[in-house]
Design a protein around this ligand. Structure first.
Ligand code: SF4
Length: 290
């Protein structure tokens, strides 16, 4: 189901200032719901009150609200998009909310960090190249090096190999890009081969960084859906989760220590950073990067 809604605000400042992993100061959500339907998606958690994740709500006044906000905002900081939905999910091709929001961000010289799984981001390459004079980072969530696993756990998103091709294209155009290697699903993607394969692949396509956490979170609303999908796609695994994690929010892989070791060694070998470079006020991005 797809609906148009009127939004009250479009940018929400992060409590406590920029987050330590991505340096984001404001979250921008142009849509509610996400068409990619990843089985592990935390947006299904009841705390967010999103309801049915597959019910897409398009914020029809988003661009006007964004322009009004950026015109009056005194406190510049990185605008992040992609934590509650994918800003390049299929509907974006027609609706162009992300495209038009980026034009506004360019107009007011704001830094931006995009998290996506989609190749549609390439459509906006020229705008991103302009914004990169201030600061732009495009992070691709990559959780499984195998396309068939990726298809099982992220059913309506472009598979991993497609994301890597887009990362290469962005990197070749000088756009700061890398991977978010999380969630790591216990008993499914928490293997040394998977982690090593992702690091090698990201380095191979010219990615600049990998931000990782060797586990996943689970909360009410999200957990029930995930377990239902485990029964459907990975029979027998749910019982392991129930035994290991019970009602825990943080569900670290039992292999986490070994996986971090592989991650660290591989990142070092490939000269890949495990920290992102953030936008800094009055520091031209190009000087910071090259
Ligand atoms: S792309 Fe992100 S927001 Fe969309 S379903 Fe997947 S994890 Fe959730």
């Amino acid at each position: 189901m797809i609906d148009y809604i009127e939004a009250k605000s479009i940018l929400s400042p992060l409590k406590g200032g920029p987050d330590p992993y991505f340096g984001i100061k404001y979250n921008m959500n142009l849509y509610r719901g996400c068409q990619h339907q990843c089985i592990y998606c935390d947006t299904r958690s009841k705390v967010y009150r999103i309801g049915d994740l597959s019910h897409i709500r398009i914020k029809k006044n988003a661009i006007e609200l964004l322009e009004k906000k950026l015109k009056s905002l005194r406190n510049k900081g990185t605008i992040g998009t992609g934590s509650m939905n994918d800003p390049y999910m299929p509907i974006e091709k027609k609706e162009k909310l992300t495209h038009n929001a980026l034009k506004i961000i360019r107009k007011y010289n704001y830094p931006v960090h995009i998290i996506t799984k989609s190749n549609l981001v390439l459509r906006d390459l020229d705008i991103l190249a302009d914004i990169s004079k201030t600061y732009v980072a495009v992070s691709f969530t990559i959780t499984a090096i195998s396309d068939s696993i990726s298809k099982q756990i992220e059913p309506f998103a472009p598979v991993t190999s497609e994301r890597l091709l887009v990362m290469r294209a962005l990197s070749e155009q000088g756009i700061y890009t890398g991977a978010v290697l999380t969630p790591v699903l216990p008993f499914i993607t928490d293997t040394k081969e998977n982690i090593a394969g992702i690091v090698d692949a990201v380095a191979n396509v010219g990615g600049n960084y990998i931000i990782s956490w060797m586990g996943m979170t689970q909360r009410e609303g999200h957990r029930e859906y995930y377990y239902h999908k485990l029964d459907e796609k990975f029979p027998g695994i749910k019982a392991k989760y129930q035994k290991y994690f019970g009602d825990s929010y943080n569900c670290n892989s039992p292999n986490a220590d070994k996986l971090y070791k592989v991650l660290n060694e591989k990142c070092q070998l490939n000269n890949l950073s495990q920290r992102m470079k953030f936008w800094k006020p009055d520091t031209p991005m190009q000087l910071d990067l090259f």
